[in-house]
Design a protein. Structure first.
Length: 216
């Protein structure tokens, strides 16, 4: 699950609310939707977060009031806000009221018969110099010489071969991690684990994951 603190003003780290989200994944690890719930101290109740989930990804000003945090940080903030003990994740799932669907479509056959899968993990937000340096380290990126690409890396895991790149989309509009997976005979769960790791590694730098798409 992903946890976010919502403050009253941009730049204010004092939480005024809590947002909990969980991506709904298809069998091939693309995103079909986002489940979630929002809690605010003024009504001391959980409510639907579908509109807030959409807004924090579309509205830059609102996004300035949102801080991605760990479960422990969310647990501590929830107690400070008067919510008591934050439910375990199984309990939180029972509070999800409305799913925010994400567009899905069959991937185009762009692999040229190679059997490779191509994914894009899309993020909203901006990476400062420090966040960019931490992202490079977390993803073990090396320079590519391509001005459109921050860096690239590759690894073998679970009998599969993976390569990935971090790219900026527009000027301060969005970022993405593009992953190419050449699947072998091992369990495909290694692909899911890698996509999850990369999504969390960039989220830890303050960006908000938007979707996971597949192009091939």
């Amino acid at each position: 699950m992903d946890y976010y603190l919502i403050s009253a003003r941009a730049g204010d780290r004092s939480p005024a609310g809590l947002l909990v989200e969980e991506f709904v994944l298809c069998a091939d690890y693309t995103a079909a939707g986002i489940d979630g719930a929002e809690w605010r101290p003024e009504n001391r109740a959980w409510s639907s977060s579908a509109e807030l989930s959409r807004a924090i990804r579309a509205d830059r000003a609102l996004r300035g009031r949102v801080t991605p945090v760990s479960r422990q940080e969310a647990y501590d903030a929830f107690a400070r806000l008067g919510g008591g003990r934050l439910p375990e994740e199984a309990g939180l799932r029972t509070l999800f009221q409305e799913r925010r669907p994400l567009p899905t479509s069959s991937p185009l056959n762009l692999g040229g018969g190679s059997g490779a899968r191509r994914y894009r993990i899309l993020f909203a937000g901006e990476l400062g110099a420090d966040g960019l340096a931490r992202a490079r380290k977390a993803l073990r990126l090396q320079p590519t010489g391509d001005p459109r690409v921050v860096g690239a890396a590759s690894a073998d895991s679970g009998g599969h071969g993976f390569t990935w790149e971090l790219r900026r989309i527009g000027a301060g509009i969005a970022w993405c991690v593009d992953v190419t997976a050449r699947l072998g005979s091992g369990p495909v769960t290694a692909l899911g684990a890698l996509l999850h790791h990369h999504r969390q590694a960039i989220r830890d730098q303050g960006l908000i994951p938007v979707t996971i798409e597949r192009f091939a």
